[in-house]
Design a protein around this ligand. Structure first.
Ligand code: PLP
Ligand code: COI
Length: 365
């Protein structure tokens, strides 16, 4: 399916000098390009009124459903500048598929994957000057969908929706990217339970997480680690990242990540590492690990490294963990060789310095 987009360009573009200045240290999700995509949906017309238009505020009636009940979805992926100046993204169809899987859970209409990808191509090609050339930086793309019906009934989902894509030049999520993070094992709060929305990328999952993240910071940690809802023992994932545990070292190193139980977000980086690591001779498993096993494994040396992975965070080492009963160091507290190797390979594919054996790279411009 191809969509006909109305093109309405911004009257004023940011000057080259001002853009350069903004791109010098963009932070994460702080600055935005000059355009955005919007497409509307209703039952009669399906997806319609597709527009590329100047970036700007949306006007919503105060009784719009999304404002009250949070019927919303989002995705996150990046556009990467290549050595030849072209611009690519990484597995955008996987994001499109996850967007629709999330939509199914939230009773929202599917967007054809081709339209999702076309929207990215059009926005990035229009705002291509905003795709950073600085090493490790990228243009973070944020597709999202909101319920736009006006009315506060809760007997049925919204009858109308707005799909939107905005773009934000960004550095990596963690400043000083390579510094390992410390994590707080949340006992007081639960992110997701069986039958809930944990596997969907909906805003509410993140709204409910802020208080635990605040607690993590108050405990002197960078990030919260979520445990299962029933026993509060089994490690699920982090705030915006999946987790991997490295067992052993050298040629006998292997990696394990918590299995997708329906309460974790099925990360695309996670899935990519499950395919990439075996290429490098590193066996992978999907299993489960409790906090006690993690701590004991770190103390005995069986677990040598732990890292978190996601689009925004890429691959980030976990150096220390803290729970109510105490804290421990993972390995020597520094990023280990398996973490560094996997990061190098993944980033190499994304930025075009390594071959792409799984055809994950999609040229946008
Ligand atoms: N887990 C959560 C809760 C997330 O928000 C994210 C980020 O999107 C991830 C994991 C990692 O997913 P991905 O690798 O697709 O970015
Ligand atoms: C991402 O990695 O794309 C995320 O969505 C993480 C977070 C910023 C929500």
């Amino acid at each position: 399916m191809t969509m006909k987009f109305d093109i309405n360009l911004a009257d004023q573009r940011v000057s080259d000098a001002d853009r350069e200045q903004l791109l010098a240290s963009p932070g994460f999700g702080q600055i935005f390009t000059e355009h955005m995509i919007t497409i509307e949906w209703d039952a009669e017309s399906g997806w319609h009124n597709a527009q590329l238009r100047p970036y700007g505020p949306l006007s919503l009636d105060p009784a719009t459903k999304v404002l009250h009940y949070g019927q919303e979805l989002f995705e996150g992926l990046k556009a990467y500048r290549q050595p030849d100046g072209s611009i690519v993204s990484f597995r955008p169809r996987a994001n499109a598929a996850r967007f629709n899987a999330s939509g199914e859970r939230m009773a929202m209409p599917p967007l054809p994957e081709d339209v999702f990808v076309e929207a990215l191509e059009l926005l990035v090609s229009t705002d291509r000057d905003w795709v950073p050339t600085q090493e490790g930086h990228s243009l973070y793309l944020r597709p999202f969908m909101i319920a736009t019906e006006v009315g506060m009934g809760i007997n049925a989902p919204s009858s109308t929706y707005l799909f939107c894509v905005i773009a934000s030049p960004s550095a990596t999520y963690f400043s000083g990217a390579i510094r390992p993070v410390s994590v707080w094992l949340s006992q007081d709060y639960t992110r997701a339970a069986v039958g809930g929305t944990g596997a969907a990328k909906c805003g509410g999952n993140y709204a409910g997480a802020f208080v635990a993240q605040q607690q993590a910071i108050a405990e002197g940690c960078d990030q919260v680690v979520w445990l299962d809802a029933v026993e509060h023992r089994w490690i699920e994932e982090m705030g915006g990242m999946n987790m991997f545990f490295v067992y052993g070292s050298g040629s006998s190193a292997r990696i394990m990540t918590p299995a997708l139980t329906g309460t974790l977000l099925p990360g695309i980086t996670r899935d990519s590492l499950l395919k990439l690591a075996p290429d490098l001779g590193i066996p992978v498993t999907e299993d489960r690990i409790s906090i006690e096993e993690w701590e004991a494994g770190c103390l005995s040396g069986e677990i040598t490294e732990t890292f978190a992975c996601g689009t925004a965070a890429v691959i980030t080492a976990v150096g220390r963990a803290k729970g109510p009963k105490g804290s421990w160091t993972v390995g020597d507290g520094e990023p280990g060789p398996v973490t560094k190797r996997l990061r190098e390979e993944l980033v190499g594919i994304q930025y075009g310095s390594q071959p792409d054996p799984h055809s994950w790279i999609h040229k946008l411009v």
